[in-house]
Ligand binder design. Structure first.
Ligand SMILES: [Zn+2]
Length: 369
């Protein structure tokens, strides 16, 4: 930046100016110098230097012109010098304003260029969770039985042998205990034994203890057995057991309920078959089979060519069970069933390995979201 303006350090008299005509070239030279300086402005710092050089109150160029040219002028020149000076001041102020705006605009477009948003970029993926397939099957089963007037009840996973076995008509040394290899908890000597429930049936006993008939409940939950894990077994699995007890519950109602559930769960064309079976807490007991939904009953690999698939066990509540909960077996009757949620999910969705439910492999889970 040039310091103009040596001529503004001298008086007009020293410059040999005595008329208005002499004055004009000097103002023109000063203005030209300002323009040269203004052309070099590139940023805030150089703009401020320019402003201070020209507008500085103590020694800026305009102040020097006032002090050296205007004030000492003879009266006949003073008016013209004043006019020229005012025009020069107005010009300098206007140019400085315009330069400042240009700098601000440039800075803004620089910022915009730096922070530019590329709308074509792929968005950040935020995967959403969804209910586990087992949870979905629970919900489906609950929906069907809720529509029939059943109520959902839950209970503890740690139980006493009384609630898990005795009150369900499975006394000690009963062979049925062998089929339910049980996890017992380590307890202090003398304490009442505790176990991980092998079925959700203890909740039925708790419910009947605290409630007189009519009782219509389903009990969803986790149960535990000491099975070796394989494609159809696991240490922990999932059940929905059901119980209906009232003064006039017949085998016919039982059969109708079972058939309704199978059709709702597997499809309206599925047929149901009851086969005699044995469970300690039901009499008579049945296995509920469904016509094979893969082959329609003609025989295939899924149904081992029988046309039927074993679904779950059920039966009329053995009157002996009522004795444990102070129900009058002469007055009430009922039925119970136990649905294996893992097995029903495997069948319905064609999953050949139950371990997939517990491995939490997103590639598997995502297929059912
Ligand atoms: Zn089949």
């Amino acid at each position: 930046m040039t310091d103009a303006t040596d001529i503004t350090r001298q008086t007009l008299a020293a410059l040999g100016v005595s008329t208005a005509a002499d004055l004009a070239p000097h103002f023109a030279a000063v203005r030209a110098e300002f323009e040269r300086d203004a052309a070099t402005i590139t940023d805030d710092a150089t703009w401020k230097s320019l402003r201070d050089l020209w507008m500085g109150r103590k020694s800026g160029v305009l102040t020097r012109i006032t002090d050296n040219w205007l004030k000492p002028s003879p009266p006949e020149l003073k008016r013209v010098v004043g006019q020229e000076l005012n025009q020069l001041r107005a010009h300098v102020e206007q140019r400085l304003d315009a330069l400042q705006q240009t700098l601000a605009a440039a800075a803004e477009s620089q910022t915009l260029a730096r922070d530019r948003v590329d709308l074509s970029l792929p968005s950040v993926q935020r995967p959403l969770g969804s209910p586990h397939l087992l949870r979905q099957t629970f919900a489906e089963i609950e929906r069907i039985f809720l529509s029939l007037g059943f109520r959902v009840v839950e209970g503890p996973e740690i139980e006493t042998p009384y609630y898990n076995f005795e009150a369900l008509n499975i006394p000690e040394h009963h062979p049925a205990r062998d089929t339910m290899d049980t996890f017992y908890l380590a307890m202090p000597p003398g304490a009442e034994p505790r176990l991980l429930r092998t079925h959700t049936s203890p909740v039925q006993v708790h419910t009947m203890e605290s409630q007189q008939p009519p009782v219509r409940i389903i009990v969803p939950g986790k149960v535990y057995r000491r099975d070796n894990p394989d494609a159809t077994h696991s240490y922990a699995f999932h059940q929905v057991e059901g119980l209906a007890v009232d003064t006039d519950v017949t085998f016919c109602e039982f059969k109708g309920t079972v058939e309704h559930f199978v059709r709702e769960f597997l499809g309206p064309t599925i047929k149901t078959r009851l086969r005699p079976s044995y469970f300690p807490f039901t009499e008579p007991s049945v296995e509920v089979d469904a016509s094979c939904f893969a082959c329609g009953g003609s025989g295939c690999r899924l149904c081992k060519n029988s046309g039927w698939i074993e679904l779950f066990g059920a039966g009329m509540v053995d009157p002996a069970v009522y004795g444990f909960v102070n129900y009058d077996p002469e007055r009430v009757s009922g039925y119970a069933f136990g649905l294996g949620v893992d097995r029903l999910s495997q069948l319905k969705y064609g999953i050949d390995d139950v371990q997939l439910f517990f491995q939490n492999d997103v590639r598997f889970l995502r297929q059912f979201s």
